[in-house]
Design a protein around this ligand. Structure first.
Ligand code: SF4
Length: 199
């Protein structure tokens, strides 16, 4: 399935947008708002470790929400469920199967909440990162549309320099940008990479 690059102008349909971190949400929020969608953020990140990092990213999401005027919902920080889900995949690299399950879990909770709260669509900021597999996001979300009966607003936010715009906006808003994806395994991988570059 090819990622779309065009999202039709909306008519103030309600969108629940899963947020992985504030910098990644900066451009998607403005993009969808500019296309006349009413966006509510859903910060959901049981994959973010340790707790102080989770709290830091949550605070930044609240800061962004205040700056841009975005309603924000915080999801449950169910870290035990996340570790159970990814058991046995500790040594996988970023971009491998553990990430597929991690996307799936976060999207599932988002779609379920969107359905429960009567949103017209769900979507996610995951697709803005050049390190993230948008095809997986779309494939999973299409399944979830069927499962929960709520539409997925398919946007590959990294297209048309979306990621670059998010960097500019994050600096403008003074948002903290982390240097690893989120889970403890991605931190180990990122730290090892930085160490190898410096040695
Ligand atoms: S690297 Fe990122 S996407 Fe992959 S499992 Fe860890 S937190 Fe999830």
């Amino acid at each position: 399935m090819k990622g779309n690059t065009y999202v039709p102008i909306g008519n103030h349909e309600k969108v629940l947008m899963h947020i992985c971190c504030a910098p990644d949400a900066s451009y998607p929020f403005l993009y969808l708002k500019g296309r006349h969608y009413d966006v509510t953020g859903f910060f959901y990140g049981p994959n973010i470790h340790p707790l102080r990092e989770y709290e830091l990213r949550l605070n930044e999401a609240c800061k962004l929400a205040q700056i841009v005027g975005m309603p924000l919902i915080e999801g449950e920080y169910n870290i035990n469920k996340w570790f159970e889900l990814t058991k046995g995949l500790e040594n996988e690299k970023e971009g491998e199967k553990r990430c597929y399950l991690c996307y799936e879990e976060r999207l599932d909770v988002t779609a379920k909440l969107a359905r429960g709260k009567g949103f017209d669509y769900f979507t996610t900021t995951i697709s803005i990162s050049p390190h993230k597999n948008s095809e997986w996001v779309f494939e999973i979300s299409k399944r979830l549309e069927e499962k929960y009966g709520v539409r997925f607003l398919q946007v590959d936010f990294k297209k048309h320099d979306g990621f670059k715009y998010s960097i500019v906006l994050s600096k403008f808003y003074g948002l903290y940008r982390q240097d690893y994806c989120g889970c403890t395994y991605s931190k180990i991988e990122a730290d090892a990479y930085r160490k190898s570059k410096n040695s």
